[in-house]
Design a protein around this ligand. Structure first.
Ligand code: ZN
Length: 521
């Protein structure tokens, strides 16, 4: 009915001249040209039909964020769209502006597009990256079972007239596109079983190794937290899937970077059932696993020189006679016992065992992605995602990777004293509190118990996975947020990451004098 994996993009990214001015015939070769330019005194005169563009520019408000279009009087009637970027604009602003130009072009559907920038040298690579990402995102198909869906805009060729890396642009957008596709699939299509098949197919194409821990294997590994969630599903197709990318030219003995993702293919809330409005859209609760897979896909396409693993926690949170319930006590793979408080806080349970399993392989670091808490959305809205880490010095590296990628993240504190509220009378730890206050922080404290202190760990609470009206360069509400951030972190900031993640003493869980059972629970 609907393909589980997105089709290959038919769009070819081609490198043009280094500057648009270096190609006087440029306008004759293109149906459309998108330009990011400085708001004040852009060098439009250097472009073909520059006098016409300058005249239009003079008539327009010259403020950052403005866009305008000019049709050139040439044979092709080339449509030029200019977006004006402020001198202090960062990657997010460039992506947002490029996204506007891309949406306007997507409505007009030109057959060939050129991308160019008149911004100063320091801003030019970011502007070209933003334009490329926005155009590729605008040409992406969405999965649909409609009889006659509107075909997507598919320009045959996108030419880059400026400092750009076509291979990286294509790889990162392919990864983000994979996230948006998988996340959009209806929950009766992307069941955990179907998701496992899709991962196997992708792994065959890409040359990755796959190991699936089905429920029996998870029982043998002692993953009682994951199984508490999956036991409510009649289909028994839940699994933790371990995907391994091994570069051809990797140095021996290098520990893999481990990415972990929450993959709840549908979240009813379980026994503590969600109300109707909160349940709608809960097929997107697997976005974190797709982000882990999308980053792996992008890095693999770029022949990233380090080994990378993705650990995908694929399950549903359903109701039924077998479903887990509040006050159940379960034991996770690292021996920690957990008292269940709210069955809708299932994400941290499946992640607990997935982090514990991944940690057994002694990775260089663990980075998990999860649409985890409403509290993170309340704190940041959908414009930012939250990050937590057991290496406080990493916070600055994470936030700067977020700023550089245009997928902005904000570091939250998670000190040990928060553990006091998570004390349980019947187990080592409470799953969560029954009130939502600070739930993103308590969730991070909870997850930290399943990561040995020796392993640098980053937890990304994906409050930006879904935003009405889109975000940055992405027009669709399913943003694919996380792939740009993750690839920027690993491709551009790995040295700073490793310097900051070094052997810093991690905060151990607070010592737990047993508290008397609270009467309120
Ligand atoms: Zn839930």
């Amino acid at each position: 009915m609907i393909e589980l994996l997105p089709p290959r993009s038919p769009v070819v990214l081609a490198r043009g001249a280094a500057r648009p001015s270096a190609n006087p015939r440029l306008a004759e070769e293109l149906d459309a040209l998108a330009i990011l330019a400085p708001a004040h005194e852009p060098d439009l005169a250097s472009l073909p039909h520059g006098d016409l563009l300058l005249a239009e520019h003079a008539r327009r408000p010259r403020r950052a964020g403005a866009t305008y279009a000019v049709t050139l009087p040439n044979r092709r009637r080339t449509r030029v769209r200019v977006g004006l970027l402020g001198a202090d604009a960062g990657a997010f602003e460039a992506l947002t502006l490029a996204g506007r130009l891309a949406r306007e072009f997507a409505a007009e559907r030109p057959g060939s597009v050129g991308l160019a920038t008149l911004l100063p040298e320091a801003q030019a690579p970011g502007a070209m990256d933003a334009l490329g990402a926005a155009m590729l995102a605008a040409t992406q198909r969405v999965p649909t079972a409609a009889a006659a869906p509107e075909p997507p805009w598919a320009p045959g060729r996108i030419a880059l007239y400026g400092p750009a890396d076509p291979a990286r642009l294509a790889a990162v957008e392919q990864g983000a596109g994979l996230v948006r596709w998988l996340t959009a699939l209806p929950p009766n299509v992307l069941t955990p079983g179907a998701y496992r098949r899709a991962v196997r197919t992708l792994a065959r194409r890409r040359g990755w190794r796959v190991r699936e821990y089905d429920e029996r294997a998870l029982a043998r590994a002692g993953c009682g937290a994951f199984l508490a969630v999956s036991q409510g599903s009649a289909t028994r197709d839940a699994a933790i899937v371990h995907v391994a990318y091994r570069p051809k030219r990797a140095a021996r003995g290098v520990a893999p970077i481990a990415l972990v993702g929450k993959g709840l293919c549908f979240d009813t809330g379980g026994t503590n059932l969600k109300p109707q409005k909160s349940m709608l859209g809960m097929h997107t609760d697997m976005a974190g696993s797709a982000v882990a897979l999308g980053i792996l896909d992008a890095l693999s396409a770029l022949d990233f020189p380090r080994p990378v693993d993705a650990w995908l926690a694929l399950a549903e949170n359903r109701i039924g006679p077998g479903a887990y319930k509040p006050n159940d006590v379960v034991r996770a793979a690292n021996g920690t016992t957990i008292e269940i408080v709210h069955t809708d806080a299932e994400g941290r349970l499946v992640l607990a065992d997935t982090l514990a399993l991944a940690a057994r392989t002694n990775p260089a670091c663990l980075i998990d992605f999860a649409t985890l808490t409403g509290a993170c959305v309340s704190a940041l809205t959908e414009r930012y995602s939250g990050v937590f880490t057991n290496r406080p010095r990493l916070r600055e590296v994470l936030e700067s990777a977020g700023a550089a990628s245009g997928e902005r993240v904000w570091g939250f504190p998670a000190p040990a004293d928060f553990d006091e509220e998570l004390e349980s009378a019947s187990a080592d730890v409470l799953q969560c509190l029954s009130e939502g206050k600070g739930d993103h922080i308590y969730a991070a404290r909870f997850l930290g118990r399943f990561v040995p202190a020796a392993i640098p760990w980053v937890h990304v609470d994906l409050s930006s996975a879904h935003r009405t009206g889109g975000l940055g360069h992405v027009a669709s509400p399913l943003t694919g947020f996380g792939v740009r951030f993750g690839t920027t972190l690993l491709l551009d900031c790995l040295r700073q990451f490793e310097a900051a993640a070094g052997p810093v003493r991690a905060t151990p869980p607070a010592s737990r004098p047993r508290a008397p059972r609270r009467s309120s629970r």
